[in-house]
Ligand binder design. Structure first.
Ligand code: MG
Ligand code: ZN
Length: 223
């Protein structure tokens, strides 16, 4: 029985990849740099969206697509921070798929957007398997989750372009072996760029903002 499931999953993923490629072409044509935020629930994806919008809305026009199972709370926070935001409720799905982002792109004024942040559903497993058409994937890790996550979720850590390590203000209070964490990341993804920061205190956020601003500017120049 299990051998029959593999081709089905491959078919779903290849159909998803085709839609993702279309999304990418559409973003490129509009000169939009798009990034996919993935994380476990509570790591601080929405807080990072807020910090990014606050920090860069004077320089760039920012859109946010917020994937959530049922609510629109995160999209409301992104909008309050100053982004053009759109909620996608997945109706129980634990990840975004390219068709959901495609539907979102149809509703956003892409010509008026420089940076599009897609906040995926909080989950460390399947969001990494579904390409959305974004240019980069950012994994938001956080100190209270513990330092063993690269070892437990290698597929996710292996594929990301940037790693935010959020809630570093909690390092004095929570056991977290940073060397063990970094060794785990290094084996899977030696070239990943990482940003230890705290969305709560603002420590380290400016370095993150510089990186993402450079990606947006490079995309605008490449158009
Ligand atoms: Mg959120
Ligand atoms: Zn899922």
């Amino acid at each position: 029985m299990t051998t029959k499931r593999i081709p089905v999953i491959e078919k779903i993923l290849s159909a998803n990849d085709r839609v993702a490629a279309g999304n990418r072409a559409r973003l490129d044509a509009a000169g939009v740099y798009a990034v996919n935020f993935i994380a476990s629930p509570g790591a601080g994806k929405t807080a990072l969206v807020e910090q990014t919008v606050h920090g860069l809305s004077g320089r760039f026009r920012i859109g946010v697509i917020d994937g959530d199972i049922a609510t629109s709370l995160d999209a409301e926070r992104a909008e309050a921070a100053g982004a053009i935001s759109l909620q996608i409720n997945t109706g129980g799905e634990c990840h975004l798929e390219a068709v959901m982002v495609q539907a979102g792109l149809e509703q956003l004024p892409l010509e008026q957007i420089d940076l599009l942040i897609v906040e995926n559903v909080g989950n460390l497993i399947c969001p990494a398997e579904f390409e959305l058409g974004t240019h980069d994937t950012v994994l938001v890790a956080s100190i209270p989750e513990g330092a063993d996550k690269p070892y437990k979720y290698p597929g996710t850590y292996r594929g990301v372009d940037a790693l935010v390590i959020n809630k570093i203000d909690l390092l004095p209070y929570v056991p977290f072996d940073m060397d063990y964490f970094r060794r785990g990341v290094e084996v899977l993804n030696p070239d990943v760029v990482s940003f230890p920061l705290s969305c709560r205190t603002g420590e380290g956020v400016s370095t993150w903002l510089e990186w993402i601003a450079a990606q947006v500017e490079a995309k605008a120049k490449a158009r």
